[in-house]
Design a protein around this ligand. Sequence first.
Ligand code: MN
Length: 225
Amino acid sequence: MTYHLPKLPYEFNSLEPYIDIRTMTVHYKMHHAAYVDKLNKALEAYPDLQSKSVYELLYELERIPEEIRLAVRNNGGGHANHSFFWPSLSPKGNGEPSGQLAELINTAFGSLDGFKAQFTQAALGLFGSGWAWLCVDADEKASITTTPNQDNPLSGDLFPLLGLDLWEHAYYLNYENRRVDYVTAWWNIVNWNNVGGNYLSFKAQAKVDEVSGKVKGFLNKVKGG
Ligand code: MN
C-alpha cells in the first residue's frame, strides 16, 4: 500500500470564519499532499515498510533505515499529523469533553478551562513551526507537549489525543502573524467527539509489551494513516 490523502470530513469553507476557505484549500491540497508525495517517494525502494501505518513508522523511527529516516520523520510526520488534524476539527465544534475524556482532563488539569489555558500557553510559547498536543503516555497519564517541525509525539512514546498545527501555513493568510487569534479561534471548532474517540480507542486497543515496554495493537488501527 502507498499512502494517500484522506478525504476531508467537511467542505473547504465549512470552518469559516475560524479557518478561511483559502487557508484550508492550500493547506490540504498543497501542504498535506506534498507530505504524502514525498513520503511515498522516500519509501519507493522499501516495500516492506509501505505495509505499515504511518503511525507505526513514526513510533519506531529508530528502526527506519538511516538513509530515509529524516524523510520519513518529516514527511511521514507531516502526513500523520495532518491526517490526525482534519477530523479533530468540526464546523460547529462539539460542546465540551464528556465521559472519560472529561475525567482525564479534569484530573490532570483541574478543569477544562485550566486545560485550555495551559494548552494555549504552550502553543503560544512554541518558537517557530511545530505542533501543540494533548497526549497520554502508556500509563494513560495526560500531558501537554509541543513538537518542532512535523515531529509526532509517538516518536517520544506519547500518544496524541488532540493536536494543533502551529505552522504559519495553517493561519498566516487570514491571521498574518497573530498566532494568538488563530489559537483562540481554533477552540471554537475543536471536535471533542473525535478527541474523546481517540482516547477510548487508545484505552481499548493499546497493550504494553512487557519485554520492550512498547505499545502494541493500537497504531495499526489509527485512522487516516
Ligand atoms: Mn500544516
